[in-house]
Design a binder for this molecule. Structure first.
Ligand code: PEP
Ligand code: MG
Length: 363
């Protein structure tokens, strides 16, 4: 009967949870998603993509920031964003009270945030002499910032270093949200994650500033990095000197290891590659062990050689793919993080990995 089935599934989940070594977290950017993830059994947030908090109505504020340039105007734009961010983070801490929440500092592909060049050009051209000064300025800024390869451009830590004050605003908002939740009797556990790092020096700049802000506010938070650029994996021993945790961003790591655009190549030739057996499944779906997996393995070993207690996770899409979850167990990750709906499957597979691999086979 249905009841028996529900009981059997519950038993199975409990069994897997009792056996697994890896924790399972979720990728979530809103309190609603976080609450859903928790209902599915997520033990924390492995990736909160803060750039998603800047879409919709706040685009206007992001445009202000882009137009402001250095100086007082930029600070004003950042000051307008800080309380909004604080409220975003407080909501997520509340939903995930008592569990780790990894907040990734903003990592926008810039083209997703700038007004579209073509439509803005048309708008300004059609308006002629009546075009507003703001639209003219925006058009100039969009032209200036236009990139042929935005996914290889001004993203992640590069944006944070190029726009002083941006990451600091987010770290201040995180610290303020922690303070607020604590005052309300909560148990917020923030972790701060830097995206798209390829060199330890990038990380050091951001880490030093974040540490200063945390010290001023009396808030403790681990500071770590995504490993999603091949160079970061290859220099993981150095990077671990400045990072308390690594989280593998296998979406970008797959893109950069194969040189496949994660946004558009599949339609053009993946079907042919599948026919020819060059791979059996898209490497964006299931981890390519020989290439991407090898880089992860190198990073795990070199990172842990530098810092024995380095915490290791994955937050790319592969974190919810059964085969990839088993691979993550084998190379010794501490947790996987995936979209809320994939959490139950990840829990099962993390349990199965222990049984099928034998826990002795984890390194
Ligand atoms: C990744 O690159 O795998 C990742 C998790 O970050 P994003 O998908 O946001 O680039
Ligand atoms: Mg990424």
């Amino acid at each position: 009967t249905g009841d028996e089935l529900v009981r059997a599934v519950d038993r199975l989940m409990r069994h897997a949870d009792g056996r697994r070594r890896m924790a399972v977290r979720a990728n979530a950017d809103t309190p609603e998603d976080a609450a859903r993830a928790r209902r599915f059994g997520a033990q924390g947030i492995g990736l909160c993509r803060t750039e998603h908090m800047f879409l919709g109505e706040r685009r206007q504020l992001v445009e202000d920031l882009i137009l402001a340039g250095p100086g007082a105007a930029r600070q004003k734009a950042l000051d307008a964003l800080e309380p909004l961010q604080k409220a975003d983070f407080a909501g997520i801490f509340e939903a995930m009270d008592g569990t780790p929440v990894t907040i990734r500092l903003i990592d926008p592909p810039l083209h997703e945030f700038l007004p579209d060049l073509t439509s803005l050009s048309v708008k300004v051209a059609l308006a002629g002499d009546d075009a507003t000064p703001r639209d003219r300025e925006l058009l100039a800024a969009v032209r200036r910032l236009h990139e042929q390869n935005p996914m290889l451009g001004l993203r992640g830590v590069r944006l944070g270093l190029a726009v002083p004050g941006l990451f600091a605003m987010q770290v201040r908002a995180i610290a303020a949200a922690v303070v607020e939740r604590r005052a309300a009797g909560g148990d917020p556990r923030a972790e701060i994650m830097i995206p798209l790092v390829g060199a330890v020096q990038e990380l050091e700049h951001v880490r030093d500033e974040a540490r200063r802000i945390l010290a001023e506010t009396g808030v403790e938070a681990m500071i770590g990095t995504m490993i999603e650029v091949p160079r970061a994996a290859l220099t993981a021993g150095q990077i671990a000197e400045a990072a308390e945790f690594f989280s593998f961003g296998t979406n970008d790591l797959t893109q950069m290891t194969w040189g496949f655009s994660r946004d558009d190549v599949e339609a053009a030739f993946f079907a042919r590659y599948l026919d020819l057996g060059i791979f059996g499944v898209s490497p964006f779906e299931t981890l390519d062990r020989a290439g991407v997996g090898r880089l992860m393995d190198i990073a795990v070993h070199e990172g842990r050689a530098t810092r024995g207690d380095l915490k290791l996770g994955i937050c790319g899409e592969h974190g919810g793919d059964p085969e990839s979850v088993r691979f993550c167990h084998r190379i010794g990750l501490d947790y996987v993080s995936c979209s809320p709906f994939r959490v139950p499957v990840a829990r099962l597979e993390a349990g199965r990995a222990v049984v099928t691999a034998g826990d002795s086979d984890t390194r």
